[in-house]
Design a protein around this ligand. Sequence first.
Ligand code: XIL
Length: 383
Amino acid sequence: MMTRREWMRQAGGVTAIAAIPQLLCSRGLAQTAANGGQAITGAGSLKDHAAARGLLTGCAVNANLLRDDEDFRKLLAEQYNIVVPENCLKWNILRPTAETYNFADADSLVAFAEANGMKVRGHNFVWHEALPGWFAATVNRDNAQKFLVDHIHTVGGRYKGKMHSWDVVNEAIWIPDGRPDGLRSSSPWFQMLGPGYIDLAFRTAREADPTALLTYNDYSIEYDSNDAGRKRTAVLALLRRMKADRVPLDALGIQSHLHAISKEGFSRGVRELIDGAKALGLQVFITELDVNDDAVATADMTERDKIVAAVYRSYLTTALDGPEVKAVLTWGVSDKNTWLNNGTKFRKQHPERLQRPLPFDPDYVPGPAFYAMRDSFDEAKKR
Ligand code: XIL
């Protein structure tokens, strides 16, 4: 983990030095110099502002930080009323071997949420990624259905009645695979079970936990571009087909991994998603919001933060326009820990600097994106 000094060194230059007094004086979180001492806890917290509009707000939680970092736990409890595990409910963490389950981290997270009056989203039952090392050599066409059903019964059953919602199937549409229905035929689940794996997963999830809101979750469906439009159309067609076939489905999760610099807007895209979900009687959740700032030219952190916050603001203003979106979760809490800084995959243009995609800075000081979220909640209609 990076110390603040290392972070500053990495960020470099005049801006970082200019930011030091503000960081130092706002460490306590109760107040910040940045907003003239306005409280950001209690009635000033994200969760209180969200709750006033009937909204849930939360974040993806890193299990190591939850275990080791007291400031992190305090921040979560202060700011959020829903959490989702970033990784610890995925197969590669839960299933060390084909016969065993490791629930340690997921149990801790659920206990933490219960102790702090927070809801929990389950993420996820079925995904083409994050499969354990033993998976490819063990799961085949003959036993895949049993593996899928047993997994959902075991994991869904363990947290039965405790989950606000479950991402039952994640990212099942992938246009480049070339199918007319857009299904990701390269997914191991598709290859072993055919397109029917999706309905099977949702029906099994309903059996395992009848009260969790069963969600289909996907990404790159928000923007007004042709590519996103094609993917969005395929997602909505899938959901329509599922509803017509009476598959239990309650919600659409829009991941919302956004970009600070983009030629395309998202107002039409988001509207189409929300209207499409609404027509099917589905709730909508913003499940993984963050703003990738790799393409921002300037290294000036203040400028980058402003650009990121403006994207939060306009996106949430669009998404919260009607009453359909019930929850807004960011993918992580602070810039200290974001998947966008894992390796350089998402830092191709500026590998020398770290991204700042989240509402809190690496010292857990709220940045402009925090205020953008809070202002967007304030402006939203009550739901
Ligand atoms: C990411 C995690 O953040 C990383 O830590 C992990 O290495 C890979 O998965 N869409 C999803 C999430 O649905 O599960 C992904 O999470 C990010 C993209």
